[in-house]
Design a protein around this ligand. Structure first.
Ligand code: SF4
Length: 177
C-alpha cells in the first residue's frame, strides 16, 4: 500500500502539528514539520492519549515504577492504569500502517517519547527514564522504522539525517506493501 501521492508516510505526534490535544488543551506546533517536511512527505497525525479515550483537557499522566516496565497513571492521584491501552494502540498502529516510512515523537511524553521520559516512584521521586508506552510498543513492532525525537530536529544536520533515513526506508515500503 502506498500513499495516494506516493510520498513517504510519516507518523507525527499530533500536538506537534498544532492539534490542541495536550492535557491542557494546548499544542506544540513545530514549524519545520508543518511548513517544510510536509512538502515532501505525507504526515499522519496521531495522539495516543485521545485515541484511547482520554479527554481534552484531562488530568496529566506520568510514568511510575520500574523504569524497565513503568505504568502510566494520573499524576494527581496515582490512579487509572493506562499502560495496556497505550501499548495496544501502539501495536495496532504498527499493524495498520506497515507503509510508514518514519515517525516523529514528542519529547518527554509518557506516551510518545522515544528516550527521555522521567519515571517516578510512588512519592514522586525520579527513579530513571523510559520511552513513552505507545512509542515503545510501536517501535518494538516496527524495529526498522526511522524514528526521531522532535527535540533532535532542532539541529539542521539531524533533520537532514532523518530525511535521508525516511527516503531510504520509503522504497522498501513500496516494494513490500
Ligand atoms: S499523547 Fe502524544 S500526541 Fe497526544 S498530546 Fe501527548 S505527546 Fe502529543
Amino acid at each position: 500500500m502506498n500513499t495516494p501521492d506516493d510520498k513517504p508516510l510519516v507518523g507525527v505526534s499530533a500536538c506537534l502539528l498544532g492539534q490542541p490535544v495536550r492535557y491542557d488543551g494546548g499544542h506544540k506546533y513545530n514549524a519545520w514539520i508543518v511548513e517544510e517536511l510536509a512538502t515532501c512527505c505525507t504526515l499522519l497525525p496521531l495522539c495516543p492519549e485521545t485515541a484511547i479515550g482520554l479527554s481534552v483537557p484531562r488530568e496529566p499522566i506520568h510514568l511510575v515504577g520500574n523504569p524497565a516496565h513503568p505504568n502510566a497513571v494520573r499524576i494527581c492521584d496515582g490512579e487509572g492504569s493506562f499502560s495496556a491501552d497505550l501499548e495496544n494502540y501502539g501495536r495496532h498502529i504498527a499493524a495498520e500502517y506497515l507503509v510508514l516510512s518514519g515517525y516523529i515523537f514528542k519529547a518527554r511524553s509518557p506516551s510518545c517519547s522515544i528516550s527521555n521520559t522521567p519515571v517516578h516512584d510512588s512519592i514522586g521521586i525520579s527513579v530513571g527514564e523510559s520511552m513513552g508506552l505507545f512509542a515503545r510498543a510501536l517501535c518494538k513492532a516496527l524495529p526498522e522504522l526511522p524514528v526521531v525525537d522532535e527535540s533532535e530536529l532542532l539541529d539542521p544536520l539531524q533533520r537532514k539525517a532523518f530525511l535521508r533515513r525516511i527516503h531510504a526506508h520509503h522504497p522498501q515500503q513500496q516494494t513490500e506493501n
